[in-house]
Ligand binder design. Sequence first.
Ligand SMILES: Nc1ncnc2c1ncn2[C@@H]1O[C@H](COP(=O)(O)OP(=O)(O)O)[C@@H](O)[C@H]1O
Ligand SMILES: [Mg+2]
Length: 235
Amino acid sequence: MAILQIQDLVVGYGRFPVLHGIDVAVEEGEVCVLLGLNGAGKTTTVTSVAGLLRPTSGRIVFDGKPLGRSSPSARVKAGISLCPEGRRVFPRLTVAQNLRLGAWSRRRSHRAVRAQLRLVLDHFPRLEEREDQLAGTLSGGEQQMLAVGRALMSRPRLLMIDEASLGLSPTLARTVWEATSRIAREGTTVLMVEQNAGALPFADRALIMEKGTISRVAVGDEVQQVNLREAYLGV
Ligand SMILES: Nc1ncnc2c1ncn2[C@@H]1O[C@H](COP(=O)(O)OP(=O)(O)O)[C@@H](O)[C@H]1O
Ligand SMILES: [Mg+2]
C-alpha cells in the first residue's frame, strides 16, 4: 500500500503556482528519489508534505488519511519527518543535544528516546565518537549525518531528506545514501530529494521532476535505466 499519496497538488508562493498539480505515490518500505534540477519544485513538494506550506488545491494522504490542514507538529507525531535542505544543525549544541531535540515529540518517554538514540548512533558510528562535540565543529559530512540522525529521532514512518549530498564529496555522499538504504531496510520509508543522479542506485523508485511537474516515474529495474539526458535534462 502507498504510505504517501500526493494527488493533483498545486502549491505556490503568492499568486504563482510552483507545483502544477502533481501526483506521487510512495510505497511503504521503499526508497524513493525525487530527482530534478535546481528550481524544479522538489523542496516545495517535501515542505508541503511536512505541513510547512499551504497547498492551493489537491490532497496529501498519509497512511490512508488525508492530512488536510494539520500542523507540522501533528504530522511529526503521525510519523512524518523532514531533514531540511542545508543541514541546519544547532552549531553551539553538542551532537547528543542536537539528536535529543529531534525527539521533542516523544520527550515524555525517556526510555523510548534513549532507545531511539541507540538506534541512530548504530546507524552513524561517527556521531557516537563525537557525541559531546559541538555540532558546529563537525565536518560537512558529519553535520549531514547529524541532520539525518536528528530527523530519525522522532521515529518516523516516512523520512524525507532534502539534498543530503549537496556539498559532499562523492565518497561522503555514498556514505549518507548507504545509511538511508539501511534505514529503509529497517522499515522506514524514505523519500529523498536529489539533484545528484548518483542517488539512483540506492532507489527503488525514481520520480523525475521538471518545472513543477513529474515528467517520469521509474520503478525497480527501470530506475537504473533512467536516461538522464532525455528524462532529466530534457535533451
Ligand atoms: N519562498 C519562496 N518564495 C517565492 N518563490 C519561491 C520560494 N521558494 C521557492 N520558490 C520558487 O519556487 C520554485 C521551486 O523551488 P524549490 O521547490 O525550492 O525547487 P528545488 O528544491 O527543486 O530546487 C523556484 O522557481 C523558486 O524560485
Ligand atoms: Mg531544493
